[in-house]
Design a protein around this ligand. Sequence first.
Ligand SMILES: Nc1ncnc2c1ncn2[C@@H]1O[C@H](COP(=O)(O)OP(=O)(O)OP(=O)(O)O)[C@@H](O)[C@H]1O
Ligand SMILES: O=c1[nH]c(=O)c2[nH+]cn([C@@H]3O[C@H](COP(=O)(O)O)[C@@H](O)[C@H]3O)c2[nH]1
Ligand SMILES: NC(=O)CC[C@H](N)C(=O)O
Ligand SMILES: [Mg+2]
Length: 534
Amino acid sequence: MHDKILILDFGSQVTQLIARRVREAHVYCEIHPNDVSDDFIRAFAPKGVILSGSHASTYEDHQLRAPQAVWDLGVPVLGICYGMQTMAVQLGGAVQWSDHREFGYAEVRAHGHTKLLEGIQDFGTPEGHGMLKVWMSHGDKVTTLPPGFKLMASTPSCPIAGMADEARGYYAVQFHPEVTHTLQGKAMLERFVLQVAKAQPDWVMRDHIAEAVAKIREQVGDEEVILGLSGGVDSSVAAALIHRAIGDQLTCVFVDHGLLRLDEGKMVMEMFAGKLHARVIHVDASAQFLGQLAGVSDPEQKRKIIGREFVEVFKAEAAKLKAGGAGHKGATFLAQGTIYPDVIESGGAKTKKAVTIKSHHNVGGLPEQLGLKLLEPLRDLFKDEVRELGVALGLPPEMVYRHPFPGPGLGVRILGEVKKEYADLLRRADAIFIDELRAWKDEATGKSWYDLTSQAFTVFLPVKSVGVMGDGRTYDYVVALRAVQTSDFMTADWAELPYGLLKKVSGRIINEVRGINRVTYDVSSKPPATIEWE
Ligand SMILES: Nc1ncnc2c1ncn2[C@@H]1O[C@H](COP(=O)(O)OP(=O)(O)OP(=O)(O)O)[C@@H](O)[C@H]1O
Ligand SMILES: O=c1[nH]c(=O)c2[nH+]cn([C@@H]3O[C@H](COP(=O)(O)O)[C@@H](O)[C@H]3O)c2[nH]1
Ligand SMILES: NC(=O)CC[C@H](N)C(=O)O
Ligand SMILES: [Mg+2]
């Protein structure tokens, strides 16, 4: 049993990042909706509780509160933004609307001495005050401290930007320590879980393998499992882990939906034959997927169709396994490389408080009568933890450090209706972009631009523009290059690729891919854009 931190989600878009920072401190934590029952909280038995931010206001939404059990447990509590505001209101302080909203960078002065902020600062003022560089996103503010609390931090426009009742282990900040823009945020969260809540930092990947293997064996018994293998990081690591647990009871199914990248199918099959020793079946379902997608241009509808067809393929393969004999009883489990962010973003953990931006194909979209039990051993892990696990399982670095590729594939990178003709053009353009990213080395670091970016790809725009080639007129399609840098895929900056690299890529695409005569570079950050275009 690990020491656990409970994160109560009030609907902030960045709640996930709180969990990441806590995990980085090697403490196990889970996110649950703010309205879980008192019994649930008592049974969870956290060493500490963190209350997230929210789009709501305490004086408008009187239901959005931390359950009473949080205050009755006698464990430390950290309130963040709305979490601070509800802590104030619930414990006898006050919150008011303010016409001075703070959004973005702010400098906060740390007051007095508290376990949370003591000795951490980004710079000192001439008067000797410790100052912190933080990220703020609020309109409301705490105007009266609850009894027992002292002032911990302030800004000129937000006099109570932090408060603490150290006797009870209650701390709260108006800014967001979970985002990297708050420079000392990680240190603050680490202090809260290790020093204030005194949780054991025993969440270590190496130990996790043995735990996970035992759990899979217990769950599966002597039944058979099929796993959706994409060749991406998550499903590859899931396959390696499950194979270690149950060996030949696992069959991997790699689905070619006609929306894969150039030579992806061949590459994945070779990589797995050589490295994984698990059985992999290659299913060509491209006609089925492209047929179902014909005439559909709405992004959410496209995603739903792709999710549905994936399930159809998995069900058919599970049944075939049974008919195939050779000692097979037929699979009763479907394994997927679902990771924690997929679960949270699709509301699969019933933390559905935030609005849906896009439906991920592998969560939420699964039908009620799947007819197969789900096996998702990475469901509690973040991407970087999955990579760490992959390395610990002995997977090759080129597999573990691949850029992620979304399950719906080129389906969300061809805007509007998907056509085979578009997919073929996009595949070739994208392969050139990725080739050049791998080849182009950054002088300062010696790393390739593939390794310096978190995700890069090409997007097909179904519009035509005029060009001139070889003295002739062209009227052809446009593609956009997209390359981003991010650590968590929740926020992302567009990568400042060298002009020389962009020039080479655009020259090659226009010259080598007949049908495309214009290349653009996407310079939008997330937010307000997203990484994929659909
Ligand atoms: N072409 C495919 N064939 C079979 N299963 C797939 C395919 N694409 C996606 N899946 C399933 O959907 C899950 C989610 O896809 P997702 O892209 O999030 O993960 P991944 O491909 O394993 O890793 P990465 O995020 O690095 O691309 C996968 O783990 C896998 O189980
Ligand atoms: O497996 C997946 N199934 C999906 O349906 C899906 N949609 C987006 N993504 C990936 O998620 C990350 C964030 O993407 P967005 O900024 O576009 O939401 C990026 O890494 C995207 O590639 C998906 N992955
Ligand atoms: N990010 C937040 O938690 C904001 C809380 C509240 N909605 C405010 O505007 O102050
Ligand atoms: Mg993928």
